[in-house]
Design a protein around this ligand. Structure first.
Ligand code: UD1
Ligand code: UDP
Length: 384
């Protein structure tokens, strides 16, 4: 029997974190599957951090990142580079993840070669074309090109059904981010970074912050950071740890608003292992990240989401995540409530896990093997 040729294509930090469990699972079937890993390297350092952690060595690396790249740069460079790789490898199926520009370019490149597409983390929607931008459209456009949809939750499956996608092509798998998290968070984890080890996690109230969304660039980011400043001034026991995204557009505003402030630790992006373990130690998380919204509820950490929309309603419904937008007063008031109202804090820190049970990658690989008639085991859908 010829092996099934599966190529994974990804390019940024979150795609790597969430695709790593799928690659590691595929590698468990060497007799049935030949796995090729292609990265666009839309991110460089932040991608390499994840590749190192999970010991994944790409077979192809397009190294497309340039400082201050535009959506046009990423899309065109990824598409042209992937054309050559696909021509050479001729996989049976390409797996892409999530909603980045690499995701869409990967699916489009596969389609141009008439190669099947599997979409991991399919079906998340806000219904707003410009929020998140361009991720909402990256997801929709990828869905239109996809043959096998791996929806993390039932809500995501319903979104796909509403768009007329065949139920037979949708597998509810849970989100692989929970697989990665379970492999990474340990109670006895010791940071190798002196600063993170020296922080008084019990005596102080530590707020973890991350921001990067394109629709928040400029004034919205400024408003968020000013709200943080006000919280610091009001609560002397609050300390902020802020691993700042590598994007220079984000870094500039962070430095202007929060540089040289006492009790604010502006640090480089952390490797996934220390970051995940840091989430597990802090009091509260303020973020515009997609992935962090999924991880924190599993760790019982309240999250204030610095966005106007979310494609991840499950944790909002469960009560551990609250959408607060980017308005100065909203961010400040909502954080203040959690710092002053013990009952509110307790309500939001009940641990919930609406996104996965740690075996999403196993379901995805089972679904692929079943779809290609290599195995007759169809995965049992993930249920909340
Ligand atoms: C990208 C994705 C976004 C995802 C985010 C995860 C798109 C359009 N955006 O946004 O969906 O949520 O990644 O973090 O696909 N940079 C570095 N080193 C790195 C990474 C980035 O220097 O390792 C800098 C470069 O100057 C780069 C800039 O950041 O040009 C922006 O990177 P880009 O991938 O275009 O956008 P992100 O905001 O990271
Ligand atoms: N993360 C990380 N180091 C950091 C900040 C975040 O490893 O310094 C991880 C985080 O745990 C999550 C992922 O990166 O799994 C989220 O990436 P990001 O916020 O960049 O992208 P998004 O999820 O919004 O697409």
């Amino acid at each position: 029997m010829e092996k099934l040729k599966v190529m994974t294509i990804f390019g940024t930090r979150p795609e790597a974190i969430k695709m790593a469990p799928v690659i590691l699972e595929l590698q468990k079937f060497p007799a049935e599957v030949e796995v090729t890993v292609a990265v666009t390297a839309q991110h460089r350092e932040m991608l390499d951090q994840v590749l190192n952690l999970f010991a994944i060595r790409p077979d192809y690396d397009l190294n497309i990142m340039s400082a201050g790249q535009t959506l046009f740069d990423i899309t065109s460079r990824a598409l042209l580079g992937l054309n050559k790789i696909l021509e050479e490898v001729k996989p049976n199926i390409v797996l892409v993840h999530g909603d980045t520009t690499t995701t869409f370019a990967g699916a489009l490149a596969a389609y141009y070669h008439q190669i099947a597409v599997g979409h991991v983390e399919a079906g998340l929607r806000t219904g707003n074309k410009f929020s998140p931008y361009p991720e909402e459209m990256n997801r929709k456009l990828t869905a239109a090109l996809t043959d096998l949809n791996f929806a993390p939750t039932n809500t995501a499956k319903e979104n796909l059904l509403r768009e007329g996608i065949d139920a037979e092509k949708i597998f509810v798998t849970g989100n692989t981010v929970i697989d990665a998290l379970y492999k990474t968070v340990r109670r006895d984890f010791k940071f190798s970074d002196e600063l993170l080890n020296a922080i008084d996690y019990d005596g102080k109230r530590i707020i973890l912050v991350t921001t990067h969304r394109r629709e928040n660039w400029g004034e919205p980011l400024r408003q968020i950071y000013r709200a943080l400043k006000k919280l610091l001034a009001e609560f002397p026991d609050v300390e902020i740890i802020f691993p700042v995204h590598k994007n220079p557009i984000v870094r500039e505003v962070v430095d202007e608003e929060l540089g040289n402030l006492q009790r604010v630790h502006l640090i480089d992006p952390l490797d996934y292992e220390p970051f995940a373990n840091l989430m597990n130690r802090v009091k509260l998380i303020l973020t515009d990240s997609g992935g962090v919204q999924e991880e924190a509820p599993a760790l019982g950490k309240p999250v204030l989401v610095l966005r106007d929309t979310t494609e991840r309603p499950e944790a909002v419904d469960a009560g551990t995540v609250k959408l607060v937008g980017t308005n100065f007063d909203n961010v400040y008031q909502n954080a203040k409530i959690l710092l002053t109202d013990a009952d509110e804090y307790k309500k939001m820190s009940e641990s919930h896990n609406p996104y996965g049970d740690g075996i999403a990658a196993q379901r995805i690989v089972q679904a692929i093997l079943w779809s290609y008639k290599i195995s007759d085991v169809k995965p049992t859908p993930f249920e909340l």
